[in-house]
Design a protein around this ligand. Structure first.
Ligand SMILES: [Zn+2]
Length: 450
């Protein structure tokens, strides 16, 4: 909900003001790193701090102890959740500021509150969470951070302590990590789920996390053990799209200015109300928008749709978006057109070199869509005929045949069946897969012998 003090601020302006605020306070602005970092443990950059790992570990001297940047991130691990709520995105921009052994908990909290006030966020709508500690990991509660929030005048009831899953930040595997404190904006009780347990961390739209302040104190090893780092660093991440949602007074990230040109065209291609079921329609629109925008930034890395690790991510994004287009009644390639509109909406966030490469993206997406169109039509017809057995499961063998004979992706088939409330017999699928592999091996040997 937009409050009286807030004025609508464009996404570009949010970025400029954020970076100017921190550079004005002694931070060196770094150029955002690419989505693909050589030698990284993840296929794509998943967090703003990833490019700074050598500094946080004390392995390299940073160019400054105070840093700030806008970082592109791509997280595909829960791609299925896109479309189910107002905030979930595969690709997003993270604004961040870092202290590499410089200011600590008090310093970063003071800076965060000052910038949030500049943006017009009213203090009484802010809530925070802190780390409650975890005895099994021998980690104490973060009492110092609670003290700092109290010192800033936050009432105890708006300081919520949560466990490891919510307030201990890790990279998902080995690497620098530590307790964090998250700042949430209360969008109003009318958006809440009404449960007595509703508070920051709840799945409903009421509390929106806008900034995560992470205290990097530990290095996590592959066996899960933790060692203290030589000094405390601070790593923060503010999701640009979420803050834009609030500062532009809209209901979802898909209504922010970054999405508007593409949304307008999609509405022309498929007028609102084209699907009888509004939640199915909303999900379809959100998936198309999210995936096409993600495809823009993955494509700008020089990645093309294909079978290999990163290529398959792009291919999957295009195929999923294309299939959701069918749900909206769009039966011709349309993602190439949308991707250019996204580029326009993000023009200021692209480099000059990227702007010059844009022209190759529409054809690339259109080619993949065209290649997939026939497979999709045939596959959807075959899926319509699949009937679950007595166990309520759809035959895994049939699903495997659909993949082997028609090239229809099994994950997409399973997703479509799940939308119809049907589950797949995956053990049958695995058996069919093994059998197929055996036949291929024998046939290859025969071929070799002859
Ligand atoms: Zn709730």
């Amino acid at each position: 909900m937009q409050t009286s003090q807030m004025q609508s601020i464009s996404s570009t302006s949010i970025v400029e003001r954020y970076l100017a605020f921190f550079t004005g306070r002694g931070h060196l602005e770094l150029p955002g790193s690419p989505l693909v970092i050589a030698g990284s443990t993840t296929s794509f950059t998943i967090a703003g701090m990833q490019p700074l790992l050598p500094y946080l570990r004390g392995q390299e001297m940073p160019p400054s102890k105070r840093l700030t940047a806008l970082q592109r991130c791509l997280r595909t691990v829960d791609v299925d959740a896109v479309g189910t709520n107002e905030r979930k995105l595969t690709f997003f921009h993270m604004l961040g500021n870092w202290s590499v052994g410089d200011y600590g908990k008090r310093g970063v909290i003071e800076l965060a509150l000052e910038l949030l006030r500049d943006f017009g966020f009213e203090r009484h709508s802010l809530w925070v969470t802190t780390f409650a500690g975890d005895p099994t990991l021998n980690l104490p509660p973060d009492e110092q951070t609670v003290e700092e929030w109290l010192r800033q005048g936050f009432p105890p009831e708006r300081i919520v302590s949560l466990g490891v899953d919510d307030n201990f930040w890790t990279m998902g595997g080995p690497g620098p990590c530590g307790p964090d404190t998250e700042i949430f904006y209360d969008r109003g009780v009318e958006l809440g789920c009404g449960k007595t347990t509703c508070q920051p961390g709840c799945d409903c739209p009421r509390f929106l996390e806008i900034w995560n302040l992470v205290f990097i104190e530990y290095d996590r090893f592959p066996d899960g053990s933790l060692a203290r780092l030589p000094f405390l660093s601070v790593d923060t991440g503010m999701g640009l799209e979420r803050v834009a949602l609030l500062l532009q007074g809209v209901e979802s990230v898909f209504e922010t200015d970054l999405f508007l040109p593409a949304v307008a065209r999609l509405t022309e291609l498929a007028p609102v109300g084209v699907v009888g079921n509004s939640s199915v329609e909303q999900r379809a629109r959100r998936i198309i928008l999210d995936h096409t925008r993600s495809a823009l930034f993955v494509g700008l890395e020089g990645i093309i749709p294909g079978r290999d690790e990163r290529n398959s991510v792009l291919r999957r994004l295009v195929r999923r978006a294309s299939r959701q287009g069918r749900i909206l009644g769009i039966d011709h390639p349309f993602l190439g057109e949308l991707v250019l509109l996204f580029a326009q909406g993000h023009s200021i966030l692209l480099t000059e070199q990227e702007r010059q490469c844009l022209h190759i993206l529409p054809d690339m997406l259109t080619n993949e869509e065209t290649r997939f169109a026939h497979v999709l039509t045939t596959g959807l017809k075959r899926l319509d005929k699949l009937i679950p057995g007595e166990d309520g499961l759809v035959s895994g063998e049939d699903l495997f045949k659909l993949h082997a004979e028609k090239g229809f992706p099994s994950d997409l088939a399973a997703e479509i069946l799940a939308e119809r409330g049907l589950q797949v017999d995956w053990s049958g699928y695995d058996r069919a897969f093994e059998q197929h592999r055996e036949i291929s091996r024998v046939s290859a040997e025969r071929h070799f012998q002859s």
